[in-house]
Design a protein around this ligand. Structure first.
Ligand SMILES: C=C(O[C@@H]1C=C(C(=O)O)C=C[C@H]1O)C(=O)O
Length: 357
């Protein structure tokens, strides 16, 4: 095939790129004007971003898949927002963690991410207004809740203003491309658990499995030690220039982690929202039924109902509840009033758009 046949298509692509460029800059100019009108208010508007992404997916006629156009527009919005003012996002580091990946998935590449040693520190940075938002892991489909994040939700003055859902793929990584001669595998304890079966089947029993503070830390150690391998994700593999000895070694094909975005602002309804609650109630027979009843009566479905020991009394529990709908919706408001009459303590941790991408 001669390149001559490609020429008319390439000329068309050049012309289209010129138009796209002009349109992108026109879009950015409007975003800047909006930024000036917002004054000192929050520039990032989670509900509007969710609406933009949902609308783009509805409009999309292909051949690009919905997910691809959403990803592209995610980046376009990220750059438009940065023209208003770049955002700083605190996350559980070091660089290359899934939490950083979740932050980039949610805010795009124009956001500035700051690595923190713990989830506590990432929230503290936002509370002290040294970062705009924090992204924190809250539950994994294989391994369950992240207890520390739930505990922090009870006391933080921050509000949940978004959620991020990330498919977690783990790879076996090493300095060289050889499956032989590995004596130790480093990984976060959750990753070791998520790949338990694969590791047992594919590595000899003599290979030690060592839990470290994060997957990125595991990759960093593997980059330093020739006889070590790490279980970590794609980003960590790239940052530490490691070879992939095996891809997608997680035992569950749908291994997914959910993250929360926390900030200072109240988020307006987007049309498809969730509300997260922390509830405590006296430990009496029938209490669970009484807590659920106001939601059942209002026809509101729950996507999560989890109990955790309260730190205050033995065998006292806190309930972490996610419901569909926004705290400003009449039905949700009514159900919350009913709940407050029955529970000793109700905290609305935030209403926020359901994840779009
Ligand atoms: C332009 C705005 O500001 C930000 C940028 C958006 C965009 O690029 O579409 C959407 C919401 C905000 O996070 C806006 O509020 O409309």
């Amino acid at each position: 095939m001669s390149d001559e046949k490609l020429l008319p298509h390439r000329q068309a692509i050049d012309a289209i790129d010129g138009e796209i460029l002009q349109l992108l800059n026109r879009r950015a100019a409007h975003a800047r004007a909006i930024g000036e009108l917002k004054g000192t208010g929050a520039v990032y508007r989670p509900e509007r971003e969710a609406q933009v992404l949902r609308r783009i997916q509805d409009l999309n006629a292909g051949p690009l898949p919905d997910e691809a156009v959403a990803r592209l527009f995610r980046e376009v919005m990220s750059e438009c927002l940065a023209v208003e003012r770049p955002l700083t996002i605190a996350y559980l580091g070091p660089q290359g963690t899934f939490t950083q990946q979740a932050a980039v998935k949610h805010f795009g590449h124009a956001a500035h991410t700051v690595a923190c040693a713990t989830v506590d520190e990432s929230l503290r940075l936002v509370e002290a207004r040294q970062a705009d938002y924090a992204v924190a892991p809250v539950e994994n489909s294989t391994e369950g809740s992240v207890g520390r994040t739930l505990d922090l939700l009870v006391s933080t003055p921050l509000k949940i203003c978004g959620e991020v859902v990330l498919r977690i793929h783990h790879h076996l990584l090493r300095q060289n491309n050889d499956l032989n001669g590995i004596t130790v595998v480093y990984a976060h304890a959750q990753a070791l658990a998520q790949c338990h079966y694969w590791l047992g089947k594919n590595l000899s029993d003599s290979v030690r499995r060592v839990a470290v503070s994060s997957n990125a830390e595991a990759a960093r150690l593997a980059a330093e030690q020739p006889d070590a391998a790490a279980v970590a994700g794609q980003t960590a593999a790239e940052i530490y220039a490691l070879h992939k000895l095996a891809e997608n070694i997680e035992d569950e094909p749908d291994n997914t982690t959910r993250f929360l975005v926390l900030g200072h602002q109240h988020t307006a309804p987007s049309g498809r929202d969730k509300t997260s609650l922390v509830v405590s109630a006296p430990n009496r027979a029938g209490m669970l039924n009484r807590l659920v009843e106001p939601f059942t009566r209002a026809g509101i479905s729950m996507s999560k109902f989890e109990s955790r020991p309260s730190r205050n009394g033995l065998w006292e529990y806190l309930f972490f509840v996610d419901i569909e709908g926004h705290g400003d919706d009449a039905a949700v408001r009514q159900a919350l009033d009913g709940l407050r009459e029955r529970a000793a303590f109700v905290k609305v941790a935030g209403s926020y758009p359901a994840a779009v991408i």
